[in-house]
Design a binder for this molecule. Structure first.
Ligand code: ATP
Ligand code: MG
Length: 447
């Protein structure tokens, strides 16, 4: 006898999404498509792997994402390839590659799909995870740019934020908190960071090793610190809001006004930063309930200049990425708490796959042909049908119908086949009725 083979397990940090959870995943994606469509966004599907150089340039070689977390490999022709850790870089690359600057501007694109980062797996943090994101890109025409664009830019930022909030609202996501901030632009931020660094130097001894390191590499990230004992120190640090240049200040004021006009509720959070150089002015983050430490479901911001960094012409950009895994976790958490949510009723309990609407119980050679026809007709009309592949005693078939959670059993025996009057049993109350094939279709359609 040969030794039993060892089962192979999925790679750490990856997971299978299974029914019935995938019903919710599809629902979320469908709502995203619908809502984003109403805001004039079209879908882009970039590849999941790209030249490593794209992320090195766009995300930055010194970031954790690129330096430690990327899945990079050498292809057979010696080129360096990476699985995408995010998709903004790909969207910008595609914008340049397909000459989208010659389309009517701005170009509005959304995407959804898997991203890959080699992080420490925990609740809401995986090595393959899913994002739903969108970007608005606008190539600068000659004579454009500068302070006179501020009202337009701020309105676009506000509309992008409004779109995410509308999406969450449409899903019935609860405990949603939107935080906004302005992180200035290249010029005023640079000065602020120097002021911040000087201040951090003075309190260096009271900071932990992580913050001490960030003080050197990226002082803004110190503001991210969640360490209890660092909080009182951080509260005393200089705030970027007090160091914005006139244009950035005007942009931030216009953003808040535009959000107010749209009745989007927000909280100003001066500690909200992005670690990447090309981010400027508007940054935002959205948190939701039931997620513990990993409670950010969406991060976004403005990134004028990124397209140029990737070899395109001067182009403005703003976008966001939603963590779909966390969004789903939060919705599921919520459904556990309140059975009354409309979403909860969409999810079949316990079994894999959808519950059939109709289970066909059949017996006899003639009944098989009728069952095949009935299944074809019902499925063509959009009803889900399940039935035993080989003849089964009615008792056993009805038991199976119950187990699968079917609503009706269509009973086809010799009598039904010869008379053309089929028996439909409602499983919830065991009531029965006789229906011809057209009557059955009619009955189901009226449900
Ligand atoms: P975090 O601070 O939680 O690590 P991040 O700043 O790295 O998030 P972004 O790169 O801005 O996140 O990505 C946007 C969103 O994608 C996050 O708000 C989060 O919901 C989700 N996300 C990021 N990394 C992961 C991951 N490893 N697993 C699951 N979701 C993730
Ligand atoms: Mg991260």
């Amino acid at each position: 006898m040969s030794k039993k083979a060892e089962p192979i397990r999925s790679v750490k940090g990856t997971r299978d999404l299974l029914p019935p959870d995938t019903v919710l995943w599809n629902h979320v994606e469908e709502v995203a498509r619908t809502v984003f469509g109403t805001f004039g966004f079209g879908e882009i599907r970039p590849p999941v792997f790209e030249p490593t150089e794209l992320f090195a340039r766009a995300v930055g070689g010194e970031t954790d994402i690129v330096s430690k977390e990327m899945y990079t490999f050498e292809d057979r022709d010696d080129s360096q390839i990476s699985l995408r850790p995010e998709a903004t870089a790909s969207v910008c690359r595609a914008y340049i590659e397909h000459g989208m600057h010659s389309l009517p501007q701005p170009v509005k694109l959304y995407y959804m799909g898997p991203m890959f980062r080699r992080e420490r797996p925990q609740k809401g943090r995986y090595r393959q995870f899913y994002q739903i994101g969108a970007e608005v890109l606008e190539a600068l025409q000659p004579g454009q740019g500068g302070p006179k664009d501020i009202p337009k830019d701020a309105a676009i930022d506000a509309e992008v934020i409004e779109m995410v909030m509308t999406f969450f609202e449409r899903l019935g996501l609860q405990g949603v908190q939107l935080d906004i901030n302005s992180i200035g632009d290249k010029n005023c931020r640079r000065k602020y960071v120097e002021t911040l660094r000087a201040e951090l130097q003075r309190v260096k001894d009271k900071l932990g090793p992580d913050s001490q390191r960030r003080l050197e590499t990226n002082p803004l990230r110190v503001l991210d610190s969640k360490l209890e004992n660092e909080q009182p120190i951080i509260e005393t640090l200089p705030r970027i809001g007090d160091h914005l240049c006139a244009d950035c200040k005007a942009h931030y004021a216009a953003l808040r006004q535009q959000l107010d006009l749209r009745r989007v509720k927000y909280r100003e959070n001066w500690r909200l930063v992005r670690g990447l150089d090309y981010y400027m002015r508007t940054t935002f983050e959205i948190t939701a309930q039931g997620l513990g430490a990993q409670n950010a479901v969406c991060g976004g911001g403005r990134y004028d200049g990124l397209v140029e960094l990737l070899g395109g012409q001067p182009t403005k950009g703003i976008g966001f990425a939603i963590g779909e895994d966390r969004l789903i976790l939060s919705l599921q958490e919520q459904m556990r708490d309140s059975a009354s949510l409309p979403l909860a009723t969409r999810l079949p309990a316990g079994q894999a796959g959808h519950s059939p609407l109709v289970y066909i119980a059949w017996m006899g050679e003639k009944a098989q042909a009728t069952a095949i026809r009935a299944a074809q007709t019902l499925r063509a009309a959009g009803f889900s049908v399940e039935w035993p592949p080989v003849e089964q005693k009615f008792g056993k078939a009805l038991g199976q119908a119950d187990k699968l959670g079917a609503k009706f059993a269509l009973i086809l025996g010799d009598n039904e086949v010869s008379s053309g009057d089929w028996t439909l049993k409602t499983l919830a109350d065991s009531s029965q009725q006789k229906l011809t094939e057209p009557q059955l279709l009619d009955f189901l359609r009226k449900l």
